[in-house]
Design a protein around this ligand. Structure first.
Ligand code: SHN
Ligand code: NAI
Length: 204
């Protein structure tokens, strides 16, 4: 599952080395981030100064979780992280605890990105180092232009959806479109069929 966090309030408890990249990824996903921590890393302080996040410079209390969509427990004190997870669970809020996989409702994966194309790797907490290693291997294997290719496929797919009625023929065209050899617009058989179809019927 890939979450779209646009405008959703997210709480991060702790603002150190491990919290900082979690905060960045919440912001990247569109989350509205609040941080509670007595001390913060340079990057987090900068974000707060720029009003990109809200930082309450104090220790966590159970009432802090109220109203959040999700919570990250990222302090260096296990007992505090556990309390954050318990308070979240009691309030029915999803929680990720950076030092305790059984306390996590969701995990942060390793991610290979090419534009809108994302490949996420998770080991359900068994070996983050393995996730990281596989990310590096997949990153080397995956074409650098895969994101550009996806953009082209996405655009042509919309044209296919318009040009063909739902059914086997449409599905076959969409599978054909997703093949690597179709990525050259000049050589793409789906593009050629589409051009023929659209030439026949200007309304499509
Ligand atoms: C459960 C989870 C909770 C969560 O954070 O969501 C969690 C928990 C813990 N991580 C620990 C250690 C390490 N974590 C990393 C790195 C990453 N950790 C990430 C995710 C997750 N880590 C979630 C599970 C994801 C999964 O299962 O795949 C990644 C994938 C994504 C991200 O953080 O964004 C990111 C790689 C990003 C990338 O580069 O691709 C490294 C590597 C390094 O630092 O060099 C090490 C040292 C090597 C090792 O331990 O394997 C420890 C022990 C701490 C201690 O006591 O020392 C715990 C707690 C425990 O296991 O008890
Ligand atoms: N998930 C992961 O990938 C990994 C997780 N870890 C775990 O992450 C934890 C955090 O490590 P770092 O970020 O390096 O620590 P750090 O020392 O850089 O930061 C700790 C943060 O917790 C805050 N804090 C402490 N007590 C608090 C309280 N009562 N209320 C609110 N905030 C409080 C501090 O102010 C600080 O911002 C470690 O316990 C470690 O087990 C470590 C490595 C990888």
């Amino acid at each position: 599952m890939f979450l779209r966090l646009d405008g959703r309030p997210c709480l991060v408890v702790g603002a150190g080395t491990i919290a900082a990249p979690k905060i960045e990824s919440l912001l990247r996903a569109g989350g509205v981030v609040t941080v509670v921590a007595p001390r913060a890393s340079e990057r987090v302080m900068q974000r707060a100064e720029n009003s990109e996040i809200t930082w309450f410079q104090r220790e966590f209390t159970d009432a802090d979780v109220a109203g959040y969509f999700l919570v990250i427990a990222a302090t260096d004190i296990q007992a505090v992280n556990h309390r954050v997870a318990e308070a979240s669970r009691a309030a029915g809020i999803l929680c990720n605890s950076v030092d305790d996989p059984p306390d996590c409702d969701f995990f942060y994966p390793s991610v290979v990105r090419r534009g809108d194309l994302q490949i996420a790797i998770s080991t359900a907490g068994k070996s983050p180092a393995l996730s990281q290693q596989l990310r590096e291997e997949i990153d080397e294997m995956l074409a650098h232009d895969a994101g550009v290719w996806l953009d082209q496929v996405g655009e042509t797919r919309l044209r296919v959806l318009k040009a063909y009625p739902a059914g086997e023929e449409r599905k076959a065209a969409l599978h054909q479109l997703a093949r690597r050899e179709s990525c050259d617009p000049q050589a793409c058989p789906v593009q050629q069929t589409l051009d023929r179809l659209l030439a026949k019927d200007g309304s499509r």
